[in-house]
Ligand binder design. Structure first.
Ligand code: TXA
Ligand code: MG
Length: 333
């Protein structure tokens, strides 16, 4: 796929659905209607496609994404459902409800999509076009709202085109979306039910089914380890990170970037390269898994080569800085 794809718009129908599945399978980006807002879809198992998605949106950071699936059975492959989650899914799916749950051991979703978290946001949308695409593609599709970062969510194909023309491959035009605001996000973790984002499904409806009030996400850093804003804690590896490293010291592992390795690399405990050809999209796709692997290699320190700040490099450097932050900011996990 070229860096600047021509964005095609197809009216919803069998041809568009087949083409959407084909483009997704090829690692491309497809905007499609859900009942809430238009989503920008990518193959949830393809880290490179997801890195492209962040680039297309111009997202300054790797906000975790919602994995969209066709039904509850498919959702069970991604996440662990407790009793509360089970009740909500049975009652409200398909529909404008996203559940944040513990990620399943066998979850095939790329780590970049979940931003290295041990939780995952899952939703079964209730829109015939979204459902047809998910059925045809047969794999989970991550889809943030199909707008440029900082803009409002799109409810028509024209909004999507205005924001993302030339940045994505295909827009499936299914008319205006019916709900118009994003899905309600509820976390069901460790027996706690939290309303993380109000949305298309009302709190009252949810509480009626749960039989208990939903808690608000705690405001304080220390008690909100799983809210999106608290991602910092989840990037903290056990090993120390030494950023901007131009050499490798005794006992260090090396997270490399680009073709040339620094002095001492031959003696590194282990070397992994984010992108030998210096490609920031590839580097983003590898970031969380490489950090995890090096952290497990037994070195007390991971030397990290400089990564340029342009494009996705900004988000990569942001995540590296968080991972390198002192442990006090990472009390929970
Ligand atoms: O209605 C919707 O939900 C639309 C349609 C396309 O499905 N999607 C959408 O996605 O609004 P997005 O990426 O714009 O918003 C998803 C929100 C973000 O605020 C993100 O931080 C949060 O979900 N989120 C995703 N995974 C999470 C997790 N594991 N824990 C907490 N929050 C999470
Ligand atoms: Mg959004």
């Amino acid at each position: 796929m070229s860096a600047e794809p021509t964005t095609r718009v197809m009216p919803a129908g069998a041809d568009a659905v087949a083409e959407a599945a084909r483009v997704l399978a090829a690692g491309g980006l497809v905007a499609f209607p859900t009942e809430t807002v238009y989503g920008l879809g990518a193959d949830a198992t393809n880290g490179t496609a997801i890195a492209r998605l962040y680039t297309a949106k111009g997202r300054p950071s790797f906000n975790p994404l919602i994995a969209h699936v066709g039904n509850l059975a498919a959702a069970r492959e991604l996440a662990v459902f407790d009793i509360a989650a089970e009740k909500l899914a049975i009652k409200f799916w398909p529909g404008p409800l996203t559940l944040v749950l513990r990620k399943h051991d066998r979850c095939p979703v790329a780590e970049l999509a979940t931003a290295g978290l041990d939780t995952i946001a899952v939703r079964v949308p209730n829109h015939p076009v979204a459902r047809d695409i998910l059925r045809a593609f047969k794999k989970p599709v991550v889809a943030p709202s199909a707008n440029r970062s900082g803009h409002v969510s799109p409810t028509t194909a024209a909004h999507v085109l205005a924001d993302l023309r030339g940045r994505i491959d295909l827009i499936v035009d299914g008319g205006a979306t019916s709900v118009g605001v994003e899905s309600t996000i509820v976390a069901c973790l460790d027996g706690h039910m939290l309303l993380l984002r109000p949305g298309g499904l009302s709190r009252a409806n949810i509480e009626r089914v749960l039989g208990v009030p939903l808690a608000e996400p705690p405001a304080s850093k220390e008690t909100a380890p799983r809210a999106p804003g608290m991602l910092a804690s989840h990037y903290a590896p056990k090993a120390r990170l030494r950023l901007g490293a131009n050499d490798v010291r005794a006992g260090e592992a090396l997270l490399a970037f680009g073709a040339g390795l620094p002095a001492g690399a031959a003696h590194a405990v282990r070397v992994l390269n984010l992108s030998p050809r210096g490609d920031l999209v590839e580097a983003a796709a590898n970031l969380f898994s490489h950090l995890r692997t090096l952290d497990g290699a037994g070195a007390s320190t991971i030397a990290v080569m400089p990564v340029p700040h342009e494009g996705l490099g900004e988000a990569i450097n942001d995540r590296l800085a968080r991972a390198a932050a002192p442990r006090e900011s990472a009390i929970h996990e």
